[in-house]
Design a protein. Structure first.
Length: 459
């Protein structure tokens, strides 16, 4: 991640994890001004509410999953991993979501068709070449790559999914698969290291691998069953998903049915990956896959089962962890930014306003420059076509009230600079004063480094 305009994001905090020092400063401001901070609703039915906790293991946290990453030759640098293989010990339930970009890549077309069956064994992913806008030759390579994996695993071609990320419009060679897949098969492991290698292999402009895993206990037929959910994601630029994210592979060892797995994944995606924007561009290759091995044991869980809510909450927790990591690692980013819109007439209006603020170059560059320019936030909210009265609007910036009833409050610029310096996560909260709906979007600042990265992407 770049360092232009400020320090690099070193730790992704939750909103509740702001330092006690900063909270004390914010409270002193509230006391001095007499204005209460806006109250952001807290989510209910979270994984932690069901007793789930973070754990190690990434995509291999779930029983019955193996993974690895190797250098297959998609990239020139022999030291850089460029192919990941994630495989279940046997064919299992699979759920997936894919990009809605009409220029969808060849691997998306192949995987979407195969995931519709609800059963899969593995997914192979490459970085460095998106295999997008490559026509029939691209489709042929995507299918042939899965055939190589299927041959090694001893399963039908149709049980292998495929994903790609990288430069668009360049034909993808099959040769790296022919040597890379056998090497990956030898290295497959059900270990934290295997999961980590897979997460590294799909990185493009990402500066860090992104992984998460949660583990907890559910009750099936009166018996306790330990369930693990984990996964990885890649994504740093061209991030404004309309289904999932760039590339993400998740695993769960709960005995979910096909319908339950898809319901859990779709709900999780809508509240996580679909709530991230780095640059407002939706990728041609967005893919999110969930393998449900059932290896935790117990009777099948459908969407009406008492245990479903807990497992679904764990899937969402993993997705939210990964989504926040994407925003924090946005190309060139130095700050993770959380935008909360309160008091909207409905969820759709809240989302539109939050995205308008999160995608505003003026808001994002002001944050890069440590400028608490709340006027840009107000302007971004007002331009997006959602009806509200400006004199009903309140804004808090980094836990400091800066606007009430559409009018500015006195602002201590030294305090705001201190808050910028002390926090890797910047909070923006705006209340429209219309209704009760709440929406949240995660984004990042816009730095000189973003331009450098994307100006030189193909060179």
């Amino acid at each position: 991640m770049g360092t232009s305009g400020g320090k690099r994001v070193t730790h992704v905090l939750t909103f509740a994890e702001l330092s006690s020092d900063v909270e004390r400063v914010a409270m002193s401001v509230m006391d001095a001004t007499g204005y209460q901070l806006l109250t952001v609703p807290q989510a209910t039915g979270r994984a932690a509410d069901f007793g789930f906790e973070r754990c190690e293991g990434g995509v291999c946290a779930a029983k019955g999953m193996r993974a690895t990453g190797v250098h297959a030759g998609f990239r020139a640098d022999p030291e850089r991993l460029d192919m990941a293989l994630v495989a279940a010990d046997e064919a299992c339930v699979v759920a997936a979501t894919f990009t809605q970009n009409r220029f969808c890549a060849a691997p998306v077309q192949v995987s979407r068709e195969r995931a519709a069956s609800g059963v899969a064994r593995a997914v192979v992913l490459n970085s460095g070449n998106a295999n997008a806008s490559t026509g029939e030759p691209g489709l042929a390579v995507a299918r042939a790559s899965t055939a190589i994996v299927a041959r090694e695993l001893g399963c039908p071609d149709e049980q292998v999914l495929v994903g790609s990320t990288g430069v668009i419009g360049k034909q993808l060679e099959l040769a790296p698969y022919e040597t890379g897949v056998p090497a990956a098969m030898e290295a497959l492991a059900s270990t934290t290291e295997g999961a980590h290698l897979a997460a590294r292999a799909v990185m493009t402009t990402d500066t860090v691998p992104k992984e998460s895993a949660w583990r907890g206990e559910i009750v099936l037929n009166g018996e306790p069953v330990t369930v693990s959910v984990g996964g990885f994601v890649k994504g740093s630029g061209m991030i404004s998903p309309n289904m999932a994210t760039m590339l993400s592979v998740l695993s769960c060892d709960a005995p979910l049915t096909r319908d339950a797995a898809q319901a859990a994944l779709s709900a999780a995606v809508s509240h996580s990956f679909n709530k991230v924007t780095v640059d407002s561009d939706t990728s041609t290759n967005d893919t999110c896959i969930l393998f449900a091995t059932g290896k935790a044991g117990g009777t099948a869980i459908d969407a009406d089962s008492p245990a479903f809510a807990a497992v679904a909450a764990a899937v969402r927790a993993v997705c939210e962890d990964l989504a926040r990591q994407i925003a924090a690692d946005g190309e060139g980013a130095t700050k993770l930014v959380t935008v909360d819109v309160l008091g909207a007439a409905n969820d759709e209006d809240a989302d539109v306003v939050a995205r308008s603020i999160a995608n505003s170059p003026l808001v994002k560059t002001a944050i890069c420059g440590h400028d608490a320019n709340w006027g840009r936030i107000a302007a971004a909210a007002g331009k997006c076509g959602i009806e509200f009265d400006q004199y009903d609007v309140d804004i808090d910036f980094m836990g400091v009230p800066v606007l009430r009833a559409g009018l500015p409050l006195p602002m201590d610029e030294d305090l705001m600079l201190r808050l910028f310096d002390e926090n890797d996560e910047i909070s923006i909260v705006i209340s429209l004063g219309v209704g009760e709906a709440h929406g949240r979007i995660w984004t990042c600042d816009l730095t000189h480094e973003y331009i450098t990265i994307n100006g030189d992407y193909r060179t």
